[in-house]
Design a protein around this ligand. Structure first.
Ligand code: PRP
Ligand code: URA
Length: 237
């Protein structure tokens, strides 16, 4: 899934060292990629990046960004007519046509999923555990609570960090097996490398992010980024 460099012993050392990466401007106009321009979002992402932001505050900001991203990512959902009675009389209202699924990629996706639930309380939450092997940068699946009966109009895979793209690509692969009509990826910060890979591998999905950063460092962390999104949410440094 990702190109890796190996040391003499055959073990990857600096897996992104020497790997060509697209520049930020190369991926700014990819089809179906939506980069938020909301000023409140920008301020909250800055708070996340700040190394002095502690886990409780960090988690709160991730959750709030999740709610803002949910507004942006649900802006074109399908509606259906529903007859209701207001105190003044009958009318035809609207409701979402079909269920909404949210798949947090564990564990860092949990805060984002909470934000989605603030906006869409009856969304189904489908947990998916993927852990990135920090030597090879390959995503390893360890948990899957996806139902087999699917009645959704759309499912959002949510994960704050799109680095090499391995975890996001695998998450969408898993969801595609459920034959959901529409899939989206929602993240906070993307590196050009991972964004391009995800967009090329899954050109049929919409990608919503809050910020597009510069690059990956030699060990696959996003620059300038925010560090480890899971550790910073849950205090496991
Ligand atoms: C982080 C992040 C993504 C993945 C991104 O998770 O939340 O899932 O890395 O990297 P990639 O684009 O190179 O795959 P991590 O594996 O650190 O697990 P965690 O959520 O438990 O911290
Ligand atoms: N995962 C993170 O949490 N941060 C990064 O910068 C890359 C992967």
């Amino acid at each position: 899934m990702t190109e890796t460099n190996t040391s003499g012993a055959g073990r990857p050392s600096l897996p992104m060292q020497g790997v060509p990466q697209p520049r930020r401007q190369d991926v700014l106009n990819l089809p179906r990629v939506h980069i938020s321009s909301h000023p409140v979002m920008a301020q909250k992402v800055t708070a996340l990046r700040d190394r002095n932001t502690q886990p409780p505050e960090f988690y709160r900001h991730v959750k709030e960004i999740g709610a803002l991203l949910a507004y942006e990512a649900t802006a074109n959902l399908a509606l259906e007519a529903v007859p209701i009675e207001t105190p003044m009389g009958p009318m035809t209202g609207q409701r979402l046509a079909g269920g909404i699924g949210v798949t947090p990629v564990l564990r860092a996706g949990l805060g984002l999923a909470e934000g989605f639930r603030e906006v869409i309380p009856d969304a189904q939450i489908w947990h998916l555990g993927l852990r990135r092997d920090e030597q090879t940068l390959q995503a390893i699946a360890y948990y899957n609570q996806l139902p087999h009966q699917v009645d959704l109009q759309v499912c959002y895979a949510v994960d704050p960090m799109l680095a090499t793209g391995g975890s996001a690509i695998d998450a969408i692969n898993v969801l595609k097996r459920r034959r959901i009509p529409r899939l989206c990826y929602v993240g906070i910060i993307a590196a050009p490398y991972g964004l391009l890979k995800l967009s090329q591998t899954h050109p049929d999905i919409d990608i919503y992010i809050a910020a597009l950063d510069e690059s990956l460092n030699d060990v696959g962390y996003i620059l300038p980024g925010l560090g480890d999104a899971g550790d910073r949410q849950f205090g496991t440094y």
